[in-house]
Design a protein around this ligand. Sequence first.
Ligand code: 26V
Length: 810
Amino acid sequence: MKPNTTETDLATATERHLLNTVGVAPDQAGAPEVLQAVSQAVREQLSQRWVRTQANDRATKARRVYYLSMEFLIGRTFGNALASLGLQGDAAAAAEKHAKTLEDLAAGEPDAALGNGGLGRLAACFLDSMATLGLPSFGYGIRYEYGMFAQSIQGGRQVEHPDSWLENGTPWEFPRAGIGYPVCFGGWVEQPALPGGKAQWRPAAEVNAKAYDMVIPGHGTDKVSTLRLWKAVAPAHIDLHAFNSGDYARAAEVKNQFENISWVLYPNDSTPAGRELRLRQEYFFTSASIQDILARHLEEHPTLDNLHEKVAIHLNDTHPAIGVAELMRLLVDQHGMAWEAAWKITQQTFSYTNHTLMPEALETWAVDLMHHVLPRHLDIIFRINHEFLAFAASKKPDDVEFLRRLSLVSEGGEKRVRMANLSIVGSHMINGVSQLHSDLLVQTIFSDFAYLWPERFTNMTNGVTPRRWLAQANPKLSSLLDQTLGQGWRLNLDELAKLKTAGDNSSFRIAFAEAKQHNKSRLAALIHKTIGLQVDPTSLFDVQVKRIHEYKRQLLNLLHVITRYQEILDNPNGDWQPRTVIFAGKAASSYHMAKQIIRLIHDVAAVINNDRRVGDRLKLAFIPNYGVSVAEVIMPGAELSEQISTAGTEASGTGNMKLALNGALTIGTLDGANIEIGQAVGDDNIFIFGLRTPEVEAQRRAGYQPMRIYEENARLKSVLDAIASGAFSPDEPDRYRGVVDALLWGGDHYFLLADYDSYVSTQLQVDRRFRDRDAWARSAIANVAGMGPFSADRTIGQYAEQIWHVQPRR
Ligand code: 26V
């Protein structure tokens, strides 16, 4: 929607900003300066929308939703902001004056990579949908100075580099000088002298949380939303003594002790980081956010008694779960509310999404640590637990094990606070992120809670924003869709269903295939630019891009690659369908096995890509530094989407949705959202293989024996023997012993060997389908046509209606 302001002439504004804001003579401006100036011109227009949106919400005293998340994986903002304002044409003209294209400019913007993977990117897609649906909403998080590390590959190994995305500032944030809150840590609690009296927290330290707002433009609307990020700042009075006495080093050290809270994103994914600093981060941003929420409420309402009627707070996983105790503390200790009333309000205010079933990823904090960092909150958690267990005991008298499992505090060894349990007890709604995942939550890890409160558990299948993942990332396909369907799909993705018959139209199929070919060439160019490998752009582009994790089974994919390699050598005159297998993804810096898998991919690639006997029939590429911007090039160029996690382990997946939306066919297990994708695109248009969740469970119980599979399967044996004997690491033959041993002797926890045969034979079906280019195009089109339900607009619409009870204002 084009803005109706007095200055739509972006070119004029750009020249003004070059001179007045950037400080450069317009004829001297290079791409970075022009990017800065255009961004400033765009920022002005967003700022005006922002002010209007906020004024409107204040005037109507709107009920608002607050999305609390440790991570927001935003990526770049420039292109998205232009699209939302309908200013791409004007911006291109402004850039043209300086002999630049929009692509030249956009490439200079660093990604805002304030997240690890799926959970963080989902939060960013949700912000886009909340703004677009016009929900009165805020995201709240941390303004990390350093986001997700940058990955380079040296000698086949991952090397991590700091991501200093703020080095040159960002035009998309607005520091809010007037908005800050104290956040306290440590100290002790003075218990009340008389029963019914008040506890007093005497903290040992205090840090300031300072607000920085990022503007989140909506599409097809004047509404914008806000992502408020907190930066930790040492209080001004801090150790003035050291400073005054000239001990600057000591003064700096003390300052750092406070400010390090918002320095760096924890680069772990799905593994508990039992570090005190992370607990401080969680409390820091949660406390600041809730203080801000209460302050806003009290500006519009005389009392906190109606908080739950005006405020919905969503916990994105358990990372902000301490908010349950913090809201209780603020209501009871600071605002003098009675405990019972405060608890009712708290439960009605919070809701919680779980994003993983992996037991090792469920957060717990040692009681001793919590006592040290947040003594008052620990007291509050104990009281919540006491009352909760009394309630639970009334439902199943005499079942001690039941109570033990429900308790917010685990006993047996070191006592720990279970943040998922706290989140459930403190929330009125709890959801998983795909139908399978939500069902498994209720049947497995949360079954005792579901017994108490079945009505609190629900499903909200994830979605992705079609603005970034189709309109922006794939202009070629988008313009074909515009010609065929009109432009409405951007705001109503269900319109893609109209493509269902388009697959029958041969000229549409040809145009569709041309768009894919264009995007494959773009991806091939990225591969060449980043790793110097030439790939055949007519080969089948087979893509697995996501965090590197054992449960996602990149290694299973690699076993297939090696199988194919060996078979090509055995049968050099066979009629092989040429393939390019593409990987990208980061491994947590401390995750040894994941890093070994990256190294193995590189070692295998070095052998295959240089084997003249193979030629173009098989190529293996690892694209370094996977992130949002790299994904925007990969997704449109993919033909086959690898979604091969062990059934029951991937909560949902969202890359699966982005790839299918861009016309890739999925090869996948019946896991996470793959199941719903299959239902939406039809069984003929997806390649499903492998064990199902109950079968995995049954084999685990019966005693799974990977060694037997190895002994009985010559093809598999030959692949594993090659890896184990150093065929891909001749300079160090034992390098991958550990990787193979984990499968053969370590129990193959993720059932790679069990699924191997089914996977390899399904890959042959993929080849066969691909050779019939017409049939492939029909299936690819059916995938795009079926993706309507996987818009984040659908997901957010459901959250708004069923959990948050906030009204869209579109
Ligand atoms: C845990 C931890 C533990 C401490 C260190 C930092 C850290 C960071 C993230 C996590 C939890 C990661 C959970 C996660 O990303 N789950 C993914 O969520 C996606 C969105 O719902 C979903 O599509 C993926 O299937 C799921 O793996």
